[in-house]
Design a protein around this ligand. Structure first.
Ligand SMILES: N[C@@H]1[C@@H](O)[C@H](O)[C@@H](COP(=O)(O)O)O[C@@H]1O
Length: 244
């Protein structure tokens, strides 16, 4: 795992944006694995600014999101589909037919199966990740087997609380208790993985991911076995690391 420690959120977002743009420019037909949460918001803004200023094109890019809340329609303002349109897609020249976010409604078993098939047919060139304070990636909570593929998830109370604080206007009762998520094996299959972690709330998870023994109790530690994984952490998130 390559660890890049930067000063703050802004620097982390700029570095991550650089890496994403390198992929998009070197392969205009790249498959991007994308993430939600508060962490990538500034990086997405920088990608939108670059598109506007420099015309970097996404017309042949395909995107595959990690996860979606179960029970929210795509048009719900807290759905991850809505988040992606609002934070990125609406201002790019991307073809919306090339945009894939798992569906959180309908027959979930069928949806999981077809999403796995889609991922098999479209190998991901770079998978962007944030990290939960409990070490989750996507919505793969502690205890998720490393060989898991797209599946339905029961969210941990701590994840519901984290997401209520940042989204859903603080209303914990509005946060869905289940989600659909790519599995850890799907994430590990990406050619390159880029994880951004910022803030002291992530320091324990970052230490567990990068330096503690690998365990399913800290899902991101699976990435220790990935051949091309980059961790960008700000000083606060990297504060417990021994090897910086
Ligand atoms: N499913 C998402 C994850 O993909 C994200 O990485 C995590 C951290 O979110 P944040 O970046 O807001 O700390 O939150 C959610 O649980």
């Amino acid at each position: 795992m390559k660890v890049i420690v930067v000063k703050n959120y802004e620097e982390a977002s700029q570095k991550a944006c650089e890496i994403m743009l390198d992929i998009v420019k070197s392969n205009p037909q790249a498959n991007l694995g994308l993430a939600t949460g508060s962490t990538p918001v500034r990086m997405y803004e920088l990608m939108r600014e670059d598109h506007k200023k420099n015309g970097t094109s996404y017309k042949d890019i395909k995107t595959f999101n990690l996860d979606e809340y179960f029970g929210l329609d795509q048009s719900h303002p807290q759905s991850y589909h809505y988040f992606m349109c609002h934070n990125l897609f609406n201002e790019l020249d991307i073809n919306m037919e090339n945009v894939h976010v798992p569906k959180g409604q309908g027959n979930i078993d069928e949806e999981c199966e077809s999403y796995n098939k889609l991922l098999q047919e479209n190998p991901i060139d770079i998978q962007l990740l944030g990290i939960g304070s409990n070490g989750h990636i996507g919505f793969n909570e502690p205890g998720t087997p490393f060989d898991s593929v797209t599946h339905k998830v029961d969210l941990k109370q701590s994840t519901i609380e984290d997401n209520a604080r940042l989204f859903f206007d603080g209303k914990i009762e509005d946060v869905p208790t289940q989600a659909v998520s790519m599995g850890i094996a799907n994430i590990m299959a990406a050619k390159k993985v880029l994880l951004i972690a910022c803030g002291e709330g992530k320091a324990k998870a970052v230490y567990g991911m990068a330096e503690a023994p690998k365990t399913i109790d800290l899902p991101a530690s699976a990435l220790q076995d990935h051949p091309d994984c980059i961790l960008i952490a700000d000083e606060a998130a990297a504060s417990l690391l021994k090897n910086k």
